[in-house]
Design a protein around this ligand. Structure first.
Ligand code: SAM
Length: 269
């Protein structure tokens, strides 16, 4: 019987040990028969084994080779565990989902690559039903907040445009081994129905949001000077002297839709 080795800092290994938070994550996911659960970074199985016990089957994606055998052995007699030994950023979720229905992603993510994992999952939003992720609390606050708050920014708009984002609960450092230096939080993301998103040009949307928040103290007219004119901002129904942090997600969507419709000669970007 293999045993688990010491946590690997470079892989963001902070293992969840507090049973009450593990239970709350499993309750939040609330798996139902037929759900296709995929856990990112199962580690030593803190969330894996309770989920497997409840649901009977689970696919996990783990990069650390040393964790594969212990995970496999730990699953014996608990349920059907499929282990994908790979960097999650190389996993094609659309292919994994195939035509058997969308995936439900779960994970206490490695904090050093949490944003790339989020955006990777969003690229496959059509193959994902929902996501329950543990992240740094500071990141969850930025993801879930609305306009007018200090932390509202590019991450908030980019995620909320494509998903509904709900911060569920906070988790203190003492719930992990070793404890991280920061507070953590669990968030639920549910990809929106593509028909309701309204973004026809995702690259333009990304550019607008990036530039708008690039220098958040600037007015839209100045911050977006590489993308559009003040008159075009006004024609989209927005005030050119407003600042990005005052705009709703829907305002960014509307501005992008307006710019995308302009004839090429009138487009700055
Ligand atoms: N789920 C476990 C828990 O809650 O105790 C472990 C969480 S730990 C914060 C993050 C996990 O992600 C580790 O097991 C780590 O090895 C794994 N990991 C790190 N980078 C990864 C990557 N690129 N692809 C897949 N797994 C990765």
């Amino acid at each position: 019987m293999s045993s688990f080795k010491a946590p690997e800092k470079s892989l963001g290994q902070h293992f969840l040990t507090d049973r009450s938070y593990i239970d709350r994550i499993v309750m939040a996911v609330n798996p139902k028969p037929g759900d296709r659960l995929v856990e990112i970074g199962p580690g030593q199985g803190a969330i894996t084994f309770p989920l497997l016990k409840k649901h009977g089957e689970l696919t996990v994606i783990e990069f650390d080779r040393d964790l594969i055998t212990p995970l496999m052995e730990g699953s014996e007699g608990v349920g059907r565990l499929t282990i994908i030994h790979k960097d999650v950023l190389q996993v094609d979720f659309s292919r994994l989902a195939g035509d058997e229905g969308p995936l439900r992603l779960v994970g206490n993510l490695p904090y050093n690559i949490s944003s790339p994992i989020l955006f990777h999952a969003l690229e496959h939003a059509g193959a994902v039903r929902d996501m329950h992720f543990m992240l740094q609390k500071e990141v969850v606050d930025r993801m879930a907040c609305g306009p007018g708050t200090k932390v509202y920014g590019r991450l908030s708009v980019m995620l909320q445009a494509y998903c509904t984002v709900t911060a569920l609960f906070d988790v203190p450092p003492g719930a992990f081994r070793p404890p991280p230096k920061v507070d953590s939080a669990v968030v639920r993301l549910v990809p929106r129905d593509p028909a309701t998103i309204g973004i026809t040009d995702p690259v333009l949307f990304e550019n607008v949001v990036r530039d708008a928040f690039g220098q958040r103290r600037k007015t839209l007219r100045n911050a977006l000077s590489q993308v559009c004119s003040g008159a075009q901002i006004e024609a989209a129904g927005l005030r050119p002297d407003a600042r990005a942090e005052q705009l709703e997600v829907a305002d960014f969507v509307r501005l992008t839709a307006h710019l995308a419709k302009l004839p090429p000669a009138e487009r700055t970007a």
